[in-house]
Design a protein around this ligand. Structure first.
Ligand SMILES: Cc1ncc(COP(=O)(O)O)c(C=O)c1O
Length: 393
């Protein structure tokens, strides 16, 4: 007799693998000794501040190694209240839940909001794990096209056109991975008005909040009329170059937080107190990690934009934040996937095909801004030279 699995394993079975095929191939070639410029993923290129590592070690030595509780350590919750008070003046501990990163937080939030038959509206292209987070619940992604001519900023008219009777949640991400779009307060107000009209939840992934270059960061939490339907999530991963510590949180309405809590408790049984102490120190401290990254990523994005201004075939929009830049390769006559594989073959430069991020991005490739300027410059030169030996239609 065949052993039987739950449907969630079918829904997630094919997610992930194909999306990372090029990244995995680049890694394998590097491991085999080839020189590969890897621009596929956005791991911060600065180390975690030694002062923060020290806080963690100090907490470990002080015995902060016991069980915590589902909501989070009191000292961290207090630091989060202070951090968010300017956006959400009435915030209390009942609005907060701690998680091991934005990823688990998103998983728990969407579990609490969506199920089979429900639609989750997401700007397309989107971060690679969103599809799985939605499909795990049995709900379906409702893509909303993000357009290069609008700097990939989600437009209210595109959202209005995508909303159906199934729609239940709008999942936002600002600053945006992979496009670098930053939602302005005005745009958030327009999108929020539609969410009120159609009774949609707003989930906002703000993991890149400290990495904005142009448009200032704005959160739907700052708009009082949206607060009852908004939950945001963020973490120390990007801001403090601390991806491996796994420390994030959600800020949302009391009743929604109450309903997410048992999902978190049954999955996690609380977080690690020594990580909570280190996170508190990060939030209360004056670390310059984000500022150093912000300056470097902005400079590199401008460098790429200028370098490509000479190219008759490659074009880009300046990202307003985040760790990435998208380049449109449609005029090479190749789609992003073919372009990326050939670039790896011929020049040893690995970029992510846009198709890994949704159906709208098939003519795009994504470059991480997390490598030194000269390496990035030589990769972009390769992309320009790439067409020289070939005759594109
Ligand atoms: C848009 C987005 N959300 C969430 C995550 C995961 O963040 P965390 O480390 O907080 O789980 C990433 C990581 O790259 C991301 O790009």
């Amino acid at each position: 007799m065949t052993l039987r699995y739950a449907a969630i394993t079918d829904r997630l079975y094919d997610l992930g693998g194909d999306k990372w095929a090029l990244h995995n191939a680049a890694r394998a070639r590097k491991a085999a000794g080839e020189t590969i410029i890897d621009l596929t993923i956005g791991e911060p290129d600065v180390p975690t501040d030694p002062g923060l590592v020290e806080e963690c070690v100090k907490a470990l030595r002080a015995g902060r190694t016991r069980y915590s509780n589902g909501r989070g350590e009191v000292n961290l919750i207090e630091a989060l209240i202070e951090t968010y008070a300017h956006r959400f003046p009435d915030i209390t501990s009942d609005n907060i839940l701690c998680f091991p990163g934005t990823q688990t937080a998103l998983f728990a939030i969407i579990q609490a909001l969506a199920e089979s038959g429900d639609g989750v509206l997401i700007g397309d292209p989107y971060y690679a794990t969103y599809e799985g987070v939605v499909q795990a619940t049995g709900a379906h992604v409702q893509p909303v096209p993000l357009r290069m001519e609008h700097n990939f900023e989600l437009q209210a008219s595109d959202l209005a056109a995508a909303i159906t009777a199934d729609s239940k949640v709008l999942l936002l991400n600002t600053p945006h991975n992979p496009t670098g779009a930053v939602l302005s307060r005005q745009t958030l107000q327009e999108l929020g008005a539609l969410c009120i009209e159609h009774n949609l939840w707003i989930v906002c992934d703000e993991v890149y909040e400290s990495l904005t270059f142009g448009t200032p960061f704005a959160s739907p939490l700052e708009i009082p009329a949206l607060r009852e339907r908004t939950i945001v999530t963020s973490s120390i991963s990007k801001t403090f170059a601390a991806t491996g510590f796994r420390s994030g949180w959600t800020i949302g309405p009391v009743e929604l937080s109450r309903r997410i809590l048992p999902i978190s408790e049954t999955m996690l049984f609380g977080n690690q107190p020594f990580i909570a102490d280190m996170t508190e120190a990060a939030l209360r401290g004056s670390f310059d990690t984000a500022e150093r990254m912000r300056i470097a990523f902005d400079r590199r994005a401008h460098m790429i934009h200028e370098t490509l201004s000479d190219s008759p075939v490659l074009s880009t929009a300046l990202p307003q934040g985040g760790m990435f830049i998208m380049i449109d390769v449609a005029n090479t006559g190749l789609d992003g996937e073919t372009f990326a594989w050939r670039l790896l073959e011929d020049f040893g430069v690995a970029v992510m095909p846009g198709s890994s991020f949704g159906a709208t991005a098939t003519s795009l490739v994504r470059l991480a801004l997390t490598v030194p300027d000269e390496v990035l410059h030589s990769a972009v030169k390769s992309m320009i030279d790439f067409r020289v030996p070939r005759t594109f239609p």
